[in-house]
Write a protein that binds this ligand. Structure first.
Ligand code: PEP
Ligand code: MG
Length: 756
């Protein structure tokens, strides 16, 4: 046993009796200061607890007893207040030399020079301070500090059980009590208010002192085994990749999960007399304090991983499993997570889930596309959230401006409510537009379709009265499944989609996997590591190689569309032969079904996405073979500008309304018109009213957009006069202004168009 473990064990053995006794809490605290003082040969040992916002001296050995329940220090005041405010240890050879030292004559502490104190923490907040003092000036040894920290853990249990402090007023710095606004990247726009709910709830530790050390050791061993199993399974199963969590995170998880040092430290903490839960938390607290002194963002990220894992281990060992979804949301909530998978998001009660705040996340993450379809605002890449936030804090999420306000001041709340009301009014106006057609002010009927990908999206078709589904992302079913969906399951989904659509057309896009849509159950070959997955082995490239996969999907689609029209679209076609080959594969399946005397689709129409710029040069060759073309501006623009669509620094750098993109799109739209082939835009660009206006200005008449955008885009369409718009656009594209977005915005404003 190391000396630290032995010292703590000795104290905890004595404290075990104290904790188990039937004495009043005050008597127990009096005993604790005696035990600690004696064990550490310290002349003074004191406990301060948080009462009505101040730290009150509750028990002391060595200081004047008259000061008990009399001496009080504010948070941040004196050494004790500083420890609570910073939730951090102080260890000083000469207390008076510290800038925060505040002398309290009633305590008679003037003769003591050295001072060490640790925070008593409950739910990551300080609820008190345990400190020791000595006459002779000396720094306390690491062993002693560790023993104090272990005792502080036990004290937090004693304090909670005796309800000695009001946990709601736990010692919080202003950054944790007052209003704080944190910035992030808007991933799904919208406003929301609700209380903060952690997707992975935090565990509250009930017992800290072990009854039976060997039993605690066995519990933690078992929990480690389970956790390692989980991590290994994550690597092999869908839940992980779905969340967009990177291989890097998984690798770090694995590294920590199997880290001998970590499990050894937890074991040592158990040896010192703590329960498994308290030991895990104790080690985590120590790591947190150490890491706080190192200012390195990379290390901070890794720390984050360890926090995640430590919480996971705690949840396993305490049996407090399940996400917040399993517990159910009791009021309007804003979900806080590091990252989420689309399936995890879908588990929440949609009536109560008002918004999502992610520490990671990107515009193209699948969870974001699903949230967008569900109309749930999402703010991503928010830093410093956990330090500033407590579960249950009221939040205002403004994913239009890219901010979340914690514990808003009344005035902020009022202003937000007013904006919220205006936005709701506008939503109601949009909903009322359901009854009217998307026809321009000059009488041109625009085709407005929606994008979908899950069964949950289907009601949107009726709600929006859209003209059909212009993009059904079939890969979503693959992404939310733990294993490759069987042909039967695929057929069932496609049939349900067609049933829901009735007479309206549905365009099924064959699986677009690879790139950022990784299916862990569909392994790459060894050596297939990709530097640049967006331009890598993805979409139709995978489909044509893994013929089996594509054939199964073709069969499922053809069978689901029996007796009806099937519209099939291929993603990421880069050269015409790829389209030919994909079409031939479908035709082969069709012929086979015919041979089986199965009922065939009444008609199969083939189209491609235009996402790869090179394809635009081949439209004269390709268009005569197609029934329709759909421009995927998400991928297309990233390739045109050579700017990763998920890169936060590049998100704002190049504008969808830049002349280069608009000229490019105009060329494709014109080529489609020349060949009599329908051209639709199905990227996110079309779902923004101003961008959609620009597309109409280029001669586009078909948009496939996220359902929530149907109202705003339809409202815009109904105000537009195409001739006037197209003339203005032609002028801007002939002689591009420095700020085309500004010009178009001004043009729209002059005509009284209102945009969100
Ligand atoms: C696109 O690239 O614009 C598109 C619609 O496809 P996805 O966003 O699914 O890549
Ligand atoms: Mg794409």
């Amino acid at each position: 046993m190391t000396s630290a473990v032995a010292a703590s064990r000795q104290i905890l053995t004595r404290l075990h009796e104290v904790m188990a006794s039937r004495e009043r809490a005050q008597v127990k605290l009096n005993t604790v200061v005696e035990v600690v003082g004696e064990s550490l040969h310290s002349e003074v040992c004191s406990i301060y607890l948080l009462r009505e916002g101040e730290l009150e001296l509750f028990a002391t050995r060595g200081l004047a007893q008259e000061a008990v329940h009399v001496t009080r220090l504010g948070i941040g005041e004196g050494l004790v207040g500083t420890i609570a405010g910073n939730v951090d240890t102080l260890n000083l050879a000469e207390a008076t030399a510290h800038p925060d030292f505040s002398y309290r004559p009633e305590t008679g502490e003037e003769k003591f020079h050295s001072f060490a104190g640790v925070p008593i923490v409950r739910r990551e907040r300080a609820v008190g301070v345990l400190c020791v003092q000595h006459v002779e000036p000396r720094r306390y040894e690491e062993v002693e500090i560790e023993a104090l920290q272990t005792v502080a853990m036990v004290l937090s249990e004693l304090i909670a059980n005796a309800a000695l402090v009001d946990e709601d007023e736990a010692a919080l710095g202003p950054a944790q009590t007052g209003p704080v606004t944190l910035k992030g990247q808007p991933l799904v726009k919208g406003l929301a208010s609700g209380v903060a709910v952690y997707h992975q709830p935090r565990v509250t530790i009930e017992h800290t002192v072990a009854e039976d050390i060997e039993a605690e050791r066995a519990r933690v061993y078992l929990a480690f085994d389970k956790m390692r199993e989980q991590i290994d399974r994550m690597a092999a199963q869908a839940e992980f990749g779905v969340g967009g969590e990177h291989e890097e995170v998984l690798a770090t998880y694995k590294m920590f999960a199997y880290d001998e040092g970590w499990s050894r430290r937890i074991n040592e903490a158990i040896s010192s007399g703590l329960t498994a839960e308290a030991a895990i938390e104790r080690v985590q607290q120590r790591t947190r304090m150490r890491m706080r002194q190192i200012d390195d963002p990379l290390l901070a990220d890794r720390m984050h991983d360890l926090e995640d894992l430590s919480n996971r281990l705690l949840r396993i060992v305490s049996g407090q499993l399940g996400t917040a979804a399993a517990k159910g949301l009791r009021q309007d909530a804003i979900l806080i997570a590091r990252n989420l998978g689309p399936a995890e998001l879908l588990e929440y009660d949609k009536r109560r889930l008002k918004g999502v705040v992610l520490e990671e996340g990107s515009l193209t993450a699948h969870v974001v596309i699903v949230a967008r379809a569900m109309g749930i605002p999402v703010l991503g890449r928010v830093r410093g959230l956990r330090g500033a936030l407590r579960e249950g804090d009221p939040l205002l999420l403004d994913a239009n401006q890219g901010a979340v306000t914690l514990r808003p001041a009344p005035a902020t709340l009022e202003a937000f409510e007013a904006r919220f009301a205006r936005s709701r009014e506008r939503q109601a106006q949009y909903a009322a537009l359901r009854e009217v057609e998307p026809t321009t002010a000059c009488g041109k009927r625009i085709t407005l379709l929606i994008n979908a990908g899950l069964r949950e999206d289907l009601p949107h078709l009726a709600q929006t009265a859209a003209d059909g589904i212009g993009l059904f992302r079939t890969e979503f079913q693959f992404l939310v499944s733990a294993t490759l969906p069987s042909r039967e399951r695929q057929t069932r989904l496609y049939r349900d989609v067609l049933d829901a659509a009735g007479d309206k057309p549905v365009v099924f896009r064959t699986v677009d996997i690879g790139g950022d849509k990784v299916l862990p159950y569909l392994r790459h070959d060894e050596g297939d590591h990709e530097e640049n997955p967006a331009m890598g082995w993805r979409a139709l490239r995978v489909g044509l190689e893994r013929e089996g996969l594509m054939k199964v999907q073709a069969r499922a689609l053809l069978e689901a569309a029996a007796g009806r029209t099937l519209n099939v679209m291929f993603p990421m076609v880069s050269e015409p032969w790829e389209f030919d080959q994909a079409r031939a594969l479908f035709e082969g399946q069709l012929a086979w079904l015919k041979g089986q005397k199965k009922l065939l689709p009444a008609r199969v129409r083939y189209g491609t996405m235009l996402e790869v710029p090179a394809l635009a040069e081949m439209l004269d060759v390709l268009l005569p073979r197609l029934q329709f073309l759909s421009i995927g501006t998400n991928d297309l623009t990233q390739f045109l500008f050579a700017a990763d669509r998920a890169h936060p620094k590049l998100a704002e750098r190049y504008d969808w309304l830049s002349p280069a993109i608009l000229r490019f799109l105009r060329r494709v739209i014109a080529a489609g018109a020349e060949h009599g082939v329908d051209v639709t835009v199905c990227g996110e660009m079309g779902g923004r009213a101003l961008e959609a206006l620009a597309l109409l200005g280029l001669g586009l008449t078909r948009l496939s957009i996220t359902p929530a955008a149907v109202g705003p885009v339809k409202a815009m369409i109904r105000q537009v006069r195409l001739e006037e718009l197209q003339a203005a656009m032609a002028g801007w594209l002939a002689q591009p202004p420095a700020d085309l977005r500004g010009q178009l915005t001004a043009w729209a404003a002059e005509r009284g168009f209102a945009f969100d």
